[in-house]
Design a protein around this ligand. Sequence first.
Ligand SMILES: NC(=O)c1ccc[n+]([C@@H]2O[C@H](COP(=O)([O-])OP(=O)(O)OC[C@H]3O[C@@H](n4cnc5c(N)ncnc54)[C@H](O)[C@@H]3O)[C@@H](O)[C@H]2O)c1
Ligand SMILES: [Zn+2]
Length: 374
Amino acid sequence: MSEIRVHVSLSERSYDILVGPELVASAGERVAEWLAGRFGKSATPAAVVVTDGNVAQHAQAVQESLEQAGWRVGRINMQPGEQSKRLEVISSAYDELVQFRTDRQTVIVAVGGGVVGDAAGFIAATFNRGLPFVQVPTTLLADVDSSVGGKVGVNHPQAKNLIGAFHQPLGVIIDTHALRTLPEREFRSGLAEVAKYGVILDAEFFTFLEQNVDAINAREDGVLAEIIARCCQLKADVVEHDEYERTGLRAVLNYGHTFAHAFEALAGYGELLHGEAVSIGMEYAALLSLRLGRIDAEFCARQTNLLKALGLPVALNLANPISGDEVIERMLLDKKSVGGTLRFILPTRMGHVELVSDIPVDEVRKVMQELGIS
Ligand SMILES: NC(=O)c1ccc[n+]([C@@H]2O[C@H](COP(=O)([O-])OP(=O)(O)OC[C@H]3O[C@@H](n4cnc5c(N)ncnc54)[C@H](O)[C@@H]3O)[C@@H](O)[C@H]2O)c1
Ligand SMILES: [Zn+2]
């Protein structure tokens, strides 16, 4: 099977995303080609692979491929998990880069999920005023979401992703075989974002997902490459029109996320994976849209059925139940709320969503009651 190429067109920051099986083995040649395209051919190319302990096997394969292609390669290992998106971790990575004698053409290669990608990307955006950067994502969420679009950053103790930058990569290498070692729950969590793309932007893709549930659940290479490439293309189209999140277009990607962020925060980070919260959030948003007369019951049934078929939760079932008022309070704190009313991305038909402002809190409360939170 050959690779699929998705081009992200951002004038001089344009780049390719390659998707297919066993791409990691040729990472060295590809990164060399991309670097030469940007800086001309270098006699002694150097790279630092940033990764975490759970993906050591994939990082090693990337490192070997670079070394075989004649690169000088360093390695920065982070602890797996969200707590690595911290300035202290970044600061000690800077120390390692100084030791490595990093120069302007040293490529930072992120091998891992969204945590590694965001942290390594932030290092690349800031060290020496910006280093070339390549993403080798290894979770489905990173494949279809965090590795596309150039948003990089770390958390502040008070808020997620508060410190960051826009830093587009030289290229992205998505090896579908890397997903073979991904734990089942993490894989399913990524599928929530995949289903989201169908609902918000592409009715035909939603139908494709419905028709290929078994192959997706079996993680078949061909279907994985196809859905990942399609999601990257859909996100790239949005990013090309709103690279710096100024026009509001990029907000469509937040479908289900206003509820999801509130659920994640109230459940205590850890109980719900992000994609699980997004799946449930999409169900709440769809029901809200139904109540407001924007979609019909058939739309809701299709979404529910697909999410369930992909093994995702469609209702909240927390160890410590949360109240509707807590959820609303959280959502009012979210950056998408203005002046005491709520704003949501809501579907109007399959493949199309709109940003809807001034939604009365009471309507939202009724939806929550219907779905079992009072
Ligand atoms: N920059 C963006 O646009 C953007 C978009 C969405 C999410 N994010 C960020 O992404 C992060 C979440 O990313 P994530 O869901 O990939 O989580 P993650 O990076 O924490 O990965 C999840 C877990 O899976 C492990 N893992 C990764 N790949 C593996 C593999 N192939 N085999 C076995 N284990 C593997 C990781 O070590 C980790 O324990 C969050 O910090 C979020 O803020 C960023
Ligand atoms: Zn998300």
